[in-house]
Write a protein that binds this ligand. Structure first.
Ligand SMILES: O=P(O)(O)OC[C@H]1O[C@](O)(COP(=O)(O)O)[C@@H](O)[C@@H]1O
Ligand SMILES: [Mg+2]
Ligand SMILES: [Mg+2]
Length: 283
């Protein structure tokens, strides 16, 4: 099977697993007595989604490695492409029954790998309906995911030219002065839409235009989000939709990946808003 067919199988498999992940949320809203490699508490739902995705994705002929936010090392699955997952992005939203997602990256290289090695990226959004966004070279396509995991193509996604929304993570007193100055400008022009799951917040930016950031913090100079599982796939999708991504000084796709669980500041959205961010903050 050529790499292109393997990517197709990966995307079909993620879609087929999505309704199972969604059904598995029920009854898994409690925290385990465990931390993930980033030192964060894990919900039973994080663990369950990770196990499901690992099982299904490593079963594909042509997938050689699986890694996720929820496990320390890389699972060896033989020869082939490397798949990364954030099995549940925004899982602290499960308790208040709010939006969450699954983020997937496909790399043609051993992990950790930089953005230039990415061949496709996708996310599933568990909102009022289940949708999936897939980017593999061209403009991203949004799909509706049915209850049996089949996909119906909805639209090609390009960022609207007139942005309207913003959402920024982290506690405001923990923001650096340069980022706070940028926010001061942006909030005069756009309206706040922050839901606490990057995937939901980024999808609002893809829909309405604007900017999402989880910036460098005083207490955490590399921010919160993970480059491999979150930053690179989301940067790739937003850039494919005509927008831009940045760690504060360069595209997220240009950041070197030295550790599997390394963190990075994440800023994505309309190019003009990301350019202005880069001109305002120092990194
Ligand atoms: O609770 P905070 O600090 O606002 O963090 C929210 C951010 O953390 C995340 O939940 C991190 O992702 P995980 O849920 O996959 O750990 C993002 O989705 C979100 O943008
Ligand atoms: Mg996440
Ligand atoms: Mg997660």
């Amino acid at each position: 099977m050529g790499d292109d067919d393997v990517v197709t199988r990966i995307m079909e498999t993620v879609a087929r697993t999505a309704p199972e992940v969604r059904r598995g949320l029920v009854g898994r809203r409690s925290y385990l007595d465990e931390e993930n490699p980033s030192g964060e508490s894990m919900l039973a739902a994080d663990d369950h989604a990770d196990d499901l995705l690992e099982d299904r994705l490593t079963g594909i002929d042509g997938v050689g490695a699986y890694a996720s936010e929820e496990r320390e090392g890389v699972v060896d699955a033989g020869e082939g492409l490397s798949v990364t997952c954030d099995p549940l992005d925004g899982s602290s939203n499960l308790k208040p029954n709010n939006t969450m997602g699954t983020i997937v990256g496909v790399y043609d290289a051993p992990l950790p790998a930089a953005g230039r090695e990415l061949v496709a990226a996708a996310f599933v959004l568990y909102g009022p309906i289940t949708t999936m966004m897939v980017a593999r070279g061209g403009t991203p396509t949004e799909y509706l995911v049915d209850e049996d995991g089949t996909r119906e193509e909805l639209r090609d996604v390009e960022l609207p030219e007139d942005p309207t929304v913003y959402g920024f993570g982290g506690r405001v007193p923990d923001w650096r002065a340069d980022f706070a100055a940028y926010v001061d400008e942006v909030e005069r022009e756009l309206k706040l839409r922050y839901g606490g799951a990057m995937i939901g917040d980024v999808n609002q930016v893809l829909t309405y235009g604007g900017v999402f950031a989880y910036p460098a913090l005083e207490s955490s100079p590399n921010g919160k989000l993970r480059l491999q599982f979150e930053g690179i796939p989301i940067g790739y999708i937003v850039e494919a939709a005509g927008g831009a991504s940045s760690d504060g000084s360069r595209s997220l796709l240009e950041v070197e990946a030295t550790e599997l669980h390394q963190r990075t500041p994440v800023h994505v959205g309309n190019a003009e808003l990301v350019d202005r961010l880069e001109a305002t903050v120092t990194r």
